[in-house]
Ligand binder design. Sequence first.
Ligand code: 3NM
Length: 226
Amino acid sequence: GWPEFEGDLPWLTATAEEGNNRLRFPDCGPDRLGFYPIVDSCAWLERLLPLGVKTCQLRVKALRGQALVHEIRRAVQIARQSSCRLFINDYWQIAIDEGAYGVHLGQEDLQTADLAAIAQAGLRLGVSTHCYWEVARALALRPSYMAVGPIFTTQTKDMRFAPQGIEALRRWRRSLSYPLVAIGGIKKHHIATLLSAGADSLAVITAVTEAEDPEAETRHWLQRVH
Ligand code: 3NM
């Protein structure tokens, strides 16, 4: 079993500094990542980005081959038109080829992705973390941001990790100087608490995609998070 996370971890940061210094991923600019909706199609991007969303992720699970390439290509165009920072989940090679703003990788993807190619192409790297060891691994890569999850129970993704809760987020905030993206089961009544716990950004799927009025919901989140 894995030990529980305990206390602050200054040595992690020191280890990262001594570690893999070859790769450099760009930062995400001076503005906080803020409200960060995750969607599975260009149709969603076309609905949400004109409302002022400045960070988003395309997380496609249902397409393959040329259809997938076309979807990502169009997503990059849509994001450019709105000056939105678009992270492509998982498909790092297509993200490089299509000139996306960044790539978001889970821990499994980290094992197979060509991180040097991503860095060389100048794409930002966001990494999912769910526990102490995954944070340690992410730190060694010095990514552009770290996602911390699941904060709360989520039905949207199969999770072998228990919800970390707000107190864990606070502790990561004390240990880490990276932009922190909170994810997992986040609803709008959590916004104030998560921001004051130190989240730079709140990533959501169902809070927007299953809202009765996703556009109104997006406007609300934008107003509250920024
Ligand atoms: N990643 P919702 S939680 C895609 O903890 C994803 O890494 C998570 O969806 C993580 O906002 C999650 O509907 C699902 O809970 C987020």
